[in-house]
Ligand binder design. Structure first.
Ligand SMILES: [Zn+2]
Length: 323
């Protein structure tokens, strides 16, 4: 029973792999999540992706070979034509290597594979199916482990020479905090979940009180996931509040700077922390932005991403809408 237009999408993240199957109308027919392997290498990650996709297809009542294709939103450097992903620093043993992900998945899933940039496919999902629908130009800001950005101008993706949208590395403080990219003062150094965790650990070891790590253990995590930050913040944890306030200020300065260059109609805020903290934080980011906007009499619309956690996987299915 191949229903034409049924396809799969996989969002390959550093923490989790989210797979979805959608129908021709983009409605989700099945979805499955797998933890991203932290050990092994690219073939192990590919195997986990296959497992998630098969489970999502089963829910949708189709074989993976019956799908029109499977789109993948991947981090790192992507060669869409060759189907390879390289330099994916957040994936195990994938930092200095190039892996034929497309070929590995096609062999197991029995259908065509298309690979795109994770942030760009999530931006496309919001633009075509989510909060960005009313606009012709938008900036997607994905606030999570790092801070990613996707750009749509006049209805088309702007990828530059392949590396556009790296909004996390807008400098918000000269000679500022160390960023995971190795440089200093980037927005991500203040707002990325990973550097925020490192800063929290440092301050905690220096004697500052926080419940962050207790909450983390209680939840059975070994990292300060978005939900841990949320619980600590809601409990009035001072350090969590301080670091989140710092992140919001950095986001305000960085996103406003991007808007000063692009003058887009809308900014859509997603990602693990972005969707978790939702409307109240979006308003706080907007307030911080207003200090730095050059055309401050007509700010862009600032919205929370509508597709939430599934946005990346749904966006990956759109790789088959381009013909
Ligand atoms: Zn950086």
């Amino acid at each position: 029973m191949t229903s034409s237009g049924t396809r799969g999408g996989i969002d390959l993240g550093g923490t989790k792999i989210q797979a979805a199957v959608v129908g021709a109308d983009h409605k989700v027919l099945g979805e499955e999540r797998e933890a991203t392997p932290t050990e092994g290498g690219p073939p192990d990650v590919a195997a986990a992706m296959v497992k998630a996709m098969r489970a999502a297809a089963e829910q949708a009542g189709v074989e993976t070979s019956e799908l029109e294709g499977v789109g993948v939103g991947a981090p790192g450097a992507i060669d869409a034509a060759a189907g390879t992903v390289s330099d994916a620093v957040n994936l195990p043993k994938w930092a200095d290597t190039s892996f034929g992900l497309g070929e590995a998945l096609a062999k197991e899933l029995g259908t065509e594979i298309r690979i795109g940039n994770d942030v760009q496919v999530a931006t496309d999902a919001e633009f075509h199916l989510g909060a960005g629908q009313p606009y012709d130009s938008m900036l997607g800001v994905f606030w999570g482990t790092g801070v990613g950005g996707g750009i749509v101008l006049n209805g088309r993706d702007w990828v530059g020479r392949g590396a556009a949208g790296e909004i996390g590395h807008i400098v918000v403080k000269i000679d500022g905090a160390k960023c995971p990219c190795g440089r200093r003062g980037c927005m991500e150094a203040y707002a990325g979940r990973r550097p925020m965790e490192e800063e929290a650990r440092r301050r905690h070891e220096d004697g500052e009180h926080t419940e962050l790590f207790k909450i983390m253990k209680k939840k059975g995590h070994d990292r300060l996931k978005s939900g841990v930050w949320e619980d600590a913040y809601n409990d009035g944890d001072k350090l969590a509040k301080k670091l989140l306030d710092r992140a919001v200020k950095a986001l305000g300065a960085g996103v406003a700077s991007a808007v000063n260059v692009l003058d887009v109609e809308a900014v859509i805020i997603g990602g693990g922390l972005g969707t978790r903290f939702g409307e109240p934080f979006k308003d706080r980011i907007a307030k911080q932005m207003s200090k730095h906007l050059f055309a401050d009499d007509r700010p862009p619309a600032i919205l929370v991403a509508e597709l939430g956690d599934l946005g990346g996987a749904i966006g990956a299915t759109l790789l088959f809408d381009e013909g």
